[in-house]
Ligand binder design. Structure first.
Ligand SMILES: [Zn+2]
Length: 152
């Protein structure tokens, strides 16, 4: 799901739907400011939805910003309310924070791989792994798997 600006309602239609009467002609229209209850101090651009109150200074760049401010909503909820939150065909995925920068992750994997190779060589030469060695190898595998999950 993503925000699609082109799906935002036409400014004149939107502000009319908010119960505001737009007066005047041309790109900038005059209407009431609901933020400070002014009767005719709000200027609204019917082309791009920008708005500014000449009295209280409330302002924003589009109908989305207006809707957020007027209804106290967060961005995504506002985009949904205005029909501009659309399915972009991608499955919704939470962004997982990477535990390490990629270069550091590769260094960890390289180190753990070397450690595993040394342990394998010791076993090949008939030296049994101690309990701490075995535990350390499991830790190595866990570290690598955690990085695989994080970057997969
Ligand atoms: Zn105002």
């Amino acid at each position: 799901m993503t925000f699609d600006r082109t799906k935002l309602p036409d400014p004149a239609t939107y502000f009319d739907g908010e119960g505001l009467t737009l007066k005047g002609r041309g790109e900038w229209r005059t209407t009431a400011c609901t933020f400070h209850d002014g009767s005719d101090s709000m200027r609204i651009n019917v082309r791009n939805g920008a708005w500014v109150c000449m009295a209280c200074g409330a302002k924003g760049g589009d109908v989305l910003a207006y809707h957020m401010e007027a209804h106290g909503l967060e961005f995504v909820d506002t985009a949904k309310a205005l029909g501009a939150w659309v399915d972009d065909g991608k499955p919704h995925r939470e962004q997982k924070p990477a535990p390490l920068p990629p270069r550091a992750a590769l260094q960890v994997i390289g180190f753990e791989a070397t450690l595993a190779a040394v342990a394998a060589a010791n076993v090949a030469h008939g030296r049994a792994l101690t309990e701490p060695d075995r535990f350390r190898l499991l830790t190595a595998a866990a570290r690598i798997n955690r990085l695989v999950e994080a970057y997969a």
